[in-house]
Design a protein around this ligand. Structure first.
Ligand SMILES: [Zn+2]
Length: 190
């Protein structure tokens, strides 16, 4: 049987951040693009990490769908998919890599999970609900207690679809049902 692939871990990220303290410049050296540590270093130099538990937001190019991209072996890649691969190993290319906290710029490997092959937000949404205890993340401890415009758009679509209750959406996003209702009606976040 083949060797177990070497996966990246929080320790690798910490080592890179340590080195970065004395090296503030953007790391654009393409170097050996098959070396996982090297790829991770390129990514970590392009994110903001204020807290390991919170979102690691991509600071460089963001595509029209809100996802970070970068060039790897001359191809444009979605950073969150590369991060999932680095930390969790190979996965079926037909699967979506979804964001638990609905922040598409985030590349924190612990905020990512595999969804169904379609990029359909409802699939990711439902899978996310079954995978995580969202209700324990209300209020202050919620990593995304302030929703973004992008999230508001999703909330409106979900609420208008009628396929999930406003209560469910509210719990998922850590906001009140009244807040969901206002977003749905376009009274907040037009
Ligand atoms: Zn995140």
């Amino acid at each position: 049987m083949g060797e177990k692939p070497i996966l990246m871990s929080t320790e690798n990220v910490k080592a890179i951040l340590q080195g970065r303290k004395n090296d503030k410049k953007v790391y654009t050296n393409h170097g050996n693009e098959n070396d996982l540590r090297h790829i991770l270093k390129r990514i970590i130099y392009s994110v903001t990490i204020s807290d390991f538990e919170k979102c690691w937001e991509w600071k460089r190019f963001i595509n029209k769908d809100g996802y970070g991209t970068f060039t790897l072996n001359k191809k444009s890649r979605l950073v969150h998919r590369v991060m999932y691969f680095l930390f969790h190993g190979e996965f079926d290319n037909n699967l979506s890599v979804c964001h638990k906290w609905d922040n598409p710029k985030c590349v924190n490997p612990n905020h990512l999970f595999l969804g169904t092959r379609s990029d359909n937000m409802k699939d990711c949404f439902n899978k996310g609900r079954s995978n995580i205890k969202v209700v324990s993340f209300k209020g202050e401890t919620n990593p995304m207690s302030k929703i973004t415009r992008f999230q508001a758009m999703k909330i409106r679509k979900m609420a208008q679809s009628g396929e999930v209750t406003q209560r469910t959406i509210a719990d998922y996003f850590g906001i009140s049902q009244a807040h969901v209702s206002l977003i749905k009606l376009g009274k907040l976040w037009k």
